[in-house]
Design a protein around this ligand. Structure first.
Ligand code: GDP
Ligand code: GDP
Length: 466
């Protein structure tokens, strides 16, 4: 087993439910009454292609212990000490309670990698709890519903993010589970994203979020796209209403558009300014498949723009850039060349990203922008057959084989696409941990080129083949 996870949180947030979901059996007792007595157990768990042990900490709050906060805390500390990764779980439906903060403090002090799980996210009113969870200082809350099995692909990605790919997919001594995982991969099933479509589906509404700094022209752009003055715009940053979504049609294609006006709440709410803007942006990004980053072409690529782009890429969504206010530019040729160069240099993870010059005010470039969105969405959904991938791999191995590390040549056996949205590949090789990142980058770039997948994040996981 690769690593050990402790599910930590106050009573009743859904730890046992999450435990059951990960372990895949009804092992832990689930009860509405906080403090139902349970044993402490450790079990093999699986989250798509991730294999690990999970410590059932539910028993830690048995009735006797919870009357002694000190003891509860001590027990929690033991579990944290044993674990390589903490799933710090909160109840998004009920919001934060004082105990959440107490537990979070213990977790933070441990210095262990943490994934902040915002459970019951499917419940009405969970949005507020999600927002609050940021206050714990444990990073981005991952919305899940342990009960309904929602948000699990994001949880998987968060684990990889927290541990790093090498540790997340590290040595797996359990041969059986390795075999199962390998065969799952070989038959080309979606192991990482059960909702992924095998072929491109253009009947479902394409979900777009429009993000960008205040005053970049987001609202003007949305108005221009949907052709109505449905949103408020104004010259001063801070004109605001809550994030909303708008349904509309573009050349017969159904679109659901999500606007992050909340990003402009800044000027009204002085405290927690960063948290709010990041949170709102994140919410929109999670909702979206494609995220249009609106940049003011007169002041492009400020630090915040790059942070937004980075967030989109990390979330696995595909960005499309709109260089807005192009009507104000006197030297379009020159600036365009400069922006192209900058874009490729600053965002190498999405090489070939679609970037379109527009004027939200005059409507110029908007059709091109939508074409780019749809093109990118297709790439984001794309799937390459295992056969094609391995013919490509043969060529790579013949011309640019992996390097030798400590005198031993790394062997790559096969590659397969494990997921779409964004495309994710699993490379089966002799020593994942020894494979240099530079070679992984090389593989990613050549794969992107060979199968024409510009502008979307590409996930590449290495797995041991023996
Ligand atoms: P624990 O005390 O942290 O182990 O919490 P449990 O797993 O026993 O769950 C407490 C209660 O929350 C139970 O009634 C569960 O059915 C409920 N619950 C767990 N997960 C979810 C969820 O994702 N959504 C909702 N709405 N309820 C949940
Ligand atoms: P948001 O804060 O990103 O939603 O930005 P707004 O849509 O409210 O626009 C901010 C300001 O920029 C407003 O005064 C708009 O009229 C102006 N603006 C937006 N798009 C354009 C454009 O394409 N060209 C010019 N010249 N001004 C624009």
């Amino acid at each position: 087993m690769g690593f050990k996870v402790a599910i930590i949180g106050r009573p009743n947030v859904g730890k046992s439910t999450l435990f059951n979901r990960l372990v895949g059996k009804k092992l832990a007792l689930v009860d509405d009454t906080p403090g139902v007595t349970r044993d402490r157990r450790v079990h093999a768990a699986k989250l798509y292609d991730l294999h690990f042990d999970v410590i059932d900490t539910a028993g830690f709050e048995d009735a006797a212990a919870s009357t002694l906060p000190g003891r509860m805390r001590q027990q929690t500390e033991i579990a944290i000490r044993e674990a390589d990764l903490i799933f710090f779980t909160v109840d998004a439906k009920s919001g934060l309670m004082p105990d959440d903060r107490t537990f979070a403090e213990v977790v933070r002090k441990s210095g262990k990698p943490v994934v902040l799980v915002a459970n019951k996210a499917e419940a009405r009113g969970a949005q507020g709890g999600m927002l609050e969870a940021w206050e714990l200082g444990l990073g981005e809350p991952i919305p899940v519903s342990a009960e309904h099995g929602q948000g699990m692909p994001d949880l998987r990605d968060a684990v990889i993010e927290a541990l790093g790919e090498e540790r997340a997919f590290g040595e797996n001594e359990d041969e059986d589970s390795d075999e199962i995982a390998a065969s799952e991969v070989l038959i080309g099933e979606d192991i990482a994203d059960p909702d992924a479509e095998a072929s491109y589906d253009d009947t479902k509404p394409l979900r777009i979020a429009v993000v960008g700094r205040p005053n970049a022209g987001k609202s003007t752009l949305i108005n221009a796209l949907i052709g109505e003055e449905r949103l408020l715009t104004g010259p001063e940053a801070g004109i605001t209403r809550d994030s909303i979504s708008v349904d509309w049609d573009w050349r017969g294609r159904r679109i659901k558009l999500f606007d992050t006006a909340g990003m402009r709440r800044k000027s009204r709410i002085h405290e927690k300014l960063e948290v709010l803007s990041v949170q709102d942006g994140l919410r929109a990004i999670r909702f979206a498949e494609i995220v249009i980053i609106v940049l003011d072409a007169t002041i492009p690529f400020e630090k915040q723009d790059l942070q937004i782009a980075d967030l989109i890429i990390r979330e696995g969504r595909a960005p499309v850039i709109a260089f807005n206010k192009w009507d104000l530019i006197d030297n379009p040729q020159e600036l365009l060349a400069e922006l192209r160069e900058k874009t490729e240099r600053l965002l190498p993870q999405v090489r070939g990203i679609q970037a379109v010059t527009v004027s939200a005010e005059t409507g110029r470039g908007l059709d091109k922008l939508m074409e780019s969105v749809i093109k990118t969405h297709k790439v984001w959904n794309s799937r390459v057959s295992t056969g094609k991938l391995n013919r490509w791999l043969e060529g790579i191995l013949a011309h640019h084989p992996p390097p030798a590390v400590a005198g031993r040549r790394l062997k790559i056996k096969y590659v397969t696409q494990a997921k779409t949205r964004p495309p994710g590949f699993v490379v089966s090789c002799s020593r994942p941990d020894a494979t240099p990142q530079s070679y992984v980058r090389y593989l990613t770039n050549s794969l992107r080129e060979a199968f024409d997948m510009p502008g979307v994040p590409i996930r590449m996981a290495l797995r041991t083949s023996d």
